[in-house]
Ligand binder design. Structure first.
Ligand code: SF4
Length: 348
């Protein structure tokens, strides 16, 4: 795994993105931002899942103004997502947004971006240049690949901000196509010092979207690229946060909550491992400790994996051996598997 690229850290409210800080997990609300109560409820739920930054869509004046009330009831920093109308960015700043996301493909004249940058600078609010392959500005020359066009669009905006002495910059270059996204990020990572927000755009519903996002995001992280991640899913945003942490945990980049090791089950299993692992996963979703729990179906790999975990069971016919930190601590009956396992988890 490559060493993480060193980026210039920025501060979004209380959260540091880039530099040596942990890779930040973020999401976006799916409520109508004007519906303040629903938006607050969704953000509070995201906070319960340890989401660290939240973005809200700001398509109109009322949404921009709603930020003021939303901010009063939430604890994590809020980023306003702006398209087309630069005045909405100014209003969002006025309402207390901790960060802005602008799409260089649709904000228009440089003067408008400049106006936003000056207002953001006054408040020390970072701006993400969020390039999307689906809404690229016209390229300056023909023959550029989509990835190259994305980099070109981002660089143009970055240079504009830099010319105003504005460097609270974060950049994203998202496409649905994974190789295009990777190519674009690899290219820009060498050209700018700023932090990178990574993700695969419009990745789809969870079953396919998590895989597509994971392939793209993990490849980049493995290459040392990425300071904050968003898994875009056609699903409740809590699924995005859960998936984000699972990606980071899989690469040992962050510890967050339990890791469940469970065997896939096979003809040797004498208990219903699929059901059992599902029940344990459900129970563990309420636990917030960075522990490793193993649920194994038989004695072939079972004891080995279960021993490697903080707590684990290796099942046999009607009973299982219980392991804790590598030591066998007892034998439990099938009807007690989940209860005993969770009791031991509590004790850890
Ligand atoms: S641990 Fe046992 S039951 Fe589970 S997949 Fe391996 S051999 Fe099959």
């Amino acid at each position: 795994m490559n060493q993480r690229r060193v980026s210039k850290a920025i501060q979004i409210g209380s959260v540091t993105v880039g530099g040596n800080s942990p890779i930040v997990v973020q999401s976006m609300t799916k409520t109508d931002t004007r519906d303040v109560m629903s938006t607050i409820d969704q953000i509070k739920e995201l906070e319960d899942y340890s989401c660290e930054l939240v973005r809200v869509a700001v398509p109109d004046v009322e949404s921009a103004q709603a930020i003021h009330a939303i901010k009063k009831s939430i604890s994590i920093p809020l980023i306003a997502d702006i398209h087309f109308d630069y005045r909405l960015a100014l209003m969002a700043l006025e309402a207390g947004a901790d960060g802005l996301r602008l799409n260089p493909g649709n904000i228009g004249e440089p003067e408008k971006v400049q106006t936003i940058a000056l207002a953001a600078k006054e408040r020390n609010v970072p701006i993400r240049i969020g390039v999307n392959a689906g809404s690229l500005p016209k390229p300056t020359k023909s023959g550029l690949t989509i990835a190259q066009q994305m980099v070109e669009a981002a660089l143009k905006q970055i240079r504009l901000l830099e010319s105003l002495d504005f460097d609270l910059i974060k950049v994203s270059l998202k496409a649905f196509d994974v190789p295009t996204t990777i190519e674009a990020y690899q290219d820009i990572a060498q050209k700018i010092p700023y932090s990178l927000h990574i993700g695969i755009t419009e990745a789809g519903p969870p079953r396919t979207g998590i895989i597509r996002s994971t392939v793209g995001i993990s490849t980049l992280l493995y290459l040392g690229i990425g300071d904050t991640i968003r898994v875009s899913l056609t699903a409740h945003p809590r699924e995005e946060v859960i998936a984000g942490y699972e990606i980071l945990k899989s690469l040992n980049l962050r510890q967050h909550g339990p890791i469940l090791v469970s065997c896939p089950s096979c003809g040797r299993a004498e208990v219903d491992i699929v059901r059992l692992a599902g029940e344990v996963e459900e129970q563990l979703s309420k636990v917030n400790k960075p522990i490793k729990v193993a649920v194994m179906g038989c004695v072939v790999n079972g004891p080995g994996e279960a021993k490697d975990a903080d707590i684990g069971i290796a099942c046999g016919k009607g009973k299982a051996v219980l392991f804790k930190k590598g030591k066998k601590i007892g034998v439990i009956k099938e009807k007690d598997f989940v209860e005993v396992l969770m009791r031991e988890v509590e004790k850890l």
